[in-house]
Design a protein around this ligand. Sequence first.
Ligand SMILES: *[C@@H]1O[C@H](CO)[C@@H](O)[C@H](O)[C@H]1NC(C)=O
Ligand SMILES: [Zn+2]
Length: 289
Amino acid sequence: MKVSTILSFSALFMASIASAAAPDLANKIDTCVKPGVVALTFDDGPGIYTEQLLTILDKHKVKATFFVLGIAMASNATFPAVLKKVYDQGHQVASHTFNHNPLDQMTVDVMKKEITDNSNAIFNAIGVRPLYMRAPQGACEALCTKTMEEMNQVVSHWNVDSFDWKNRDLPDPVGLSMTQFNDFIVKNGNVATDSFITLQHDIHQFSVEKLTDQVITAVKAKGFRFVTMEECIGKPAYEGVAMKPTGTDGAKPTSPSDNKGATPTGGASMTQVGAWAMGIVALASTLVL
Ligand SMILES: *[C@@H]1O[C@H](CO)[C@@H](O)[C@H](O)[C@H]1NC(C)=O
Ligand SMILES: [Zn+2]
């Protein structure tokens, strides 16, 4: 996909949110607050391939973020221990709700229960409560966003989708999913200006066993550094736990001011403001053309 196409999408996005309530965007994240980093994220686990994924990530000394489901943890007696292993190895554990149902179709009370139940399940497994969440299907409209804000949850979206969930049924799923990473990051990504949050699922075998290794190799060669969502956004990963120092993933921070991009209390980062500005410029040029 060409950058111009991406900009057109962001223009469409800008147009679509222009009429929505302004606070919606502030807490809904799909890029990091600074350029040059990539946050690998894995949804819907823990699963039977999660430990294998840990081995692959460890081989590359890469830390990732896992958006996990209480319902998955309850499905296999070993999974809470698997999640503890994820946490102990320095990856970020985040919430994907307990049941993976669409939040926008729930009352606020049920929505809150989805987050609280999952927080309890995660706490029982690893001893801390997550402050990052991803909505099932990425769907979190105004009421959901407001509710998540009230619960101090960072609503975490993505800007590169591996589509592993649908490619797994097609011939050459690795090639198809790699196309996504190549188009967005390897061909059109710019270390000086761009950051990426990628989406995979550690419940899909090919995505764990074959895709992840190729993604890491290609993205690393392009010069991007891997971060957890905590470092991507600059807000703590867990209730009552201080942020880890920058660059604990084994790579050096890109600059001394690396970790000063955001405040724990939120507000738009300069990168986001820049992205919006680009969206407006793209929108304006679309209108002119
Ligand atoms: C439970 O998970 C383990 C891996 O942690 C796996 O070896 C086992 O097959 C799973 N059991 C079921 C019934 O899925
Ligand atoms: Zn999911």
